[in-house]
Ligand binder design. Structure first.
Ligand SMILES: [Zn+2]
Length: 60
């Protein structure tokens, strides 16, 4: 493996590291309540995952 010749400056390092993270997490619509949720996760607004309730959400 090659070895870096010079140390990268603070801003160069930040520019590199910034690209490692996604700017926005991907979103999917909940089939039950049609709210935006993350895919493959329990819906935080209705508590459903797939077609069954996984966690109980107390109504406000
Ligand atoms: Zn939902």
């Amino acid at each position: 493996m090659g070895v870096p010749k010079r140390r990268k400056s603070r801003s160069r390092k930040k520019m590199r590291v910034r690209s490692h993270r996604h700017p926005m997490p991907s979103l999917a619509k909940c089939p039950k309540c049609h709210a935006w949720t993350q895919p493959h996760r329990t819906c935080p607004s209705c508590g459903y995952y797939g077609d069954r309730q996984v966690i109980s959400i107390t109504a406000e």
